[in-house]
Design a protein around this ligand. Sequence first.
Ligand SMILES: Cc1cc2nc3c(=O)[nH]c(=O)nc-3n(C[C@H](O)[C@H](O)[C@H](O)COP(=O)(O)O)c2cc1C
Length: 176
Amino acid sequence: MEKLRVAVIVGSTRMGRVGDEIGRWAADRASARAGLDVTTVDLAEFDFPARYPEQATEPMRDFTKRIDHADAFVIVTPEYNRSFPASLKQAIDYAYDEWHGKPAGFVSYGHRSEGWFAVEQLRTVFTELHVVTMRDFVGINLLDDDLRERERQADTLLDQLTWWGTALRNARPYVS
Ligand SMILES: Cc1cc2nc3c(=O)[nH]c(=O)nc-3n(C[C@H](O)[C@H](O)[C@H](O)COP(=O)(O)O)c2cc1C
């Protein structure tokens, strides 16, 4: 069977972010699975416009192509003021059909809440985009990180993402 194409999207573009390191960890964990073909989509690498333009720019088109190419997503997000960062919302809104009928799982991080609020808000956003979100997620408390627990949560998340990703990839040709 063709490998499931998983895009790990790194949502923080903040100077001095920890998101790049957590994104690398998530991509490595996913890459260890034989059935997954993993790429990283790091939003810090895209020169997006300050204002939503009338015509899509080259970086916007590049981003939507990467979304189109993927069968499933792992969204790596911090929590900023009980939500997810603006950089992530900006990018999500550039694609539409490219998201449809695909699953997304979350690796979130923050202080004591472990990014829980950010994840719950992302679920609402992805509902509009016909994205199925995984029930279980990796929640990292940056003040008290437990790598074994992180790995255990990642394995559960990747099991769910693989199941949904395979099922939805098979079903996508029949979408009306
Ligand atoms: C503007 C801002 C708001 C934040 N708000 C929260 C918050 O509501 N809850 C939380 O757990 N952590 C919060 N934090 C802490 C971040 O989760 C932490 O700084 C994390 O490293 C940010 O991710 P990044 O380094 O990848 O950008 C906030 C950080 C920033 C910069």
